[in-house]
Design a protein around this ligand. Structure first.
Ligand code: SAM
Ligand code: SF4
Length: 327
């Protein structure tokens, strides 16, 4: 078990498999993004060496692959297989833009992936193109269908941007829960690095979305007495198969219950999504550190995990944009 100094049990590792992406969502990265040379990224063998350290020695049981776009990583299916086969690992999930799932959903499910979060901010093809700078929403739909056929549990993620997808798009996405047993999640936009100013001006809060949905469809019913499912507060539309999730990291932080650590694509352990503090894991790995010494350093870093973010005090992480950390 890995405890931090506030008594939180940190057992959930999100691994960014690449900083690259086949889209350029406006809230995630600038249009002219420079990616790191591949040699600077954690290689497959380096990742495989870390797995028993995190899962076995440090007690991590839940793993999520993200990016950039994780499906762009060459050996993504084998990576999933290796994680799923590591003793003590209970779940292997992935967050993806879905563009390559048509081809990859079945092999990923065979390799041991159980859950997929697929990002789709609007069902409107023109708006989708605008927000992703060139994406085709029909390809995401094909990916979602392939994921369903492969038997994967599906959640949809939509980041809501004021003045862009905060009205009819929210309604169209919420209506999907009438027909499908999915969790459709609305995410408050978070500020990072160079794109922080845009993000802060355009964040839309949960209360506003609930009022809109209540007005246009029906008042959503709060589930689980408001207890969070991971980071999402759940609601359901009367008669719906699926449910609505609200991830309100900015206006209603859930830092007290945070159980996460993140491994960036360039091998840094980031202790809080919205704080700059990181432990370099890759450099000592390449310098030949022993498992025991590395475990000790990671334990010490986890102990010092920051209590929470400082957005209310205007403390915005400037050293990376979202695509480099993975959400
Ligand atoms: N490329 C994959 C995808 O889009 O699902 C995985 C990486 S992406 C960084 C992970 C999640 O973070 C996505 O659901 C995305 O919408 C979300 N995201 C990106 N930038 C964000 C921001 N500034 N605030 C909140 N969520 C953001
Ligand atoms: Fe790529 Fe995902 Fe970022 Fe969009 S949110 S640019 S798909 S990494």
């Amino acid at each position: 078990m890995s405890l931090d100094r506030y008594g939180r049990n940190i057992n959930y590792l999100r691994i960014s498999l690449t900083d690259r992406c086949n889209l350029r969502c406006v809230y995630c990265m600038p249009a002219e993004m420079t990616f790191r040379p591949r040699a600077e990224l954690l290689q497959d063998e380096e990742l495989y060496r870390l797995l028993p350290i995190f899962a076995g020695l440090l007690g991590f049981s839940k793993f999520r692959l993200t990016g950039g776009e994780p499906t762009l990583r060459e050996n993504v299916v084998e990576i999933v297989r290796r994680i799923a086969a590591t003793p003590s690992v209970q779940t292997v999930a992935m967050t993806t833009n879905g563009l390559l799932l048509n081809k990859l959903a079945a092999p990923l499910a065979d390799a041991g992936l159980t859950r997929l979060n697929i990002s789709i901010d609007t069902l409107d093809p023109d708006k989708f193109k605008q927000i992703t700078r060139w994406g085709d929403v029909a390809e995401v739909w094909d990916g979602i269908k392939a994921a369903m056929e492969a038997g994967l549990q599906i959640k949809l993620n939509a980041v809501v941007v004021r003045g862009f997808n905060d009205r009819q798009d929210v309604i169209d996405l919420a209506k999907l829960t009438y027909d499908f047993p999915w969790q459709v999640r609305f995410i408050e936009m978070m500020p990072f690095g160079e794109v922080a100013e845009f993000q802060q001006a355009k964040t839309v809060c949960e209360a506003e979305l609930l009022a809109l949905i209540g007005d246009r469809l029906a008042p959503p019913i709060l589930l689980n007495q408001g207890q969070l499912d991971g980071e999402a507060r759940l609601y359901q539309l009367p008669g719906a198969q699926g449910c609505l999730g609200f991830i309100s990291s900015v206006t209603q932080p859930f830092c007290a219950g945070c159980n996460r650590a993140r491994l960036t694509a360039d091998g840094k352990l980031r202790l809080c999504l919205l704080r700059e503090q990181e432990l370099d894991v890759l450099t000592p790995l390449r310098q030949g550190i022993s498992d025991a010494e590395l475990t000790q350093r990671i334990e010490a870093a986890i102990w010092e995990k920051p209590w929470g973010h400082g957005l209310a005090e205007q403390q915005i992480p400037m050293n990376r944009v979202m695509s480099e950390i993975g959400g």
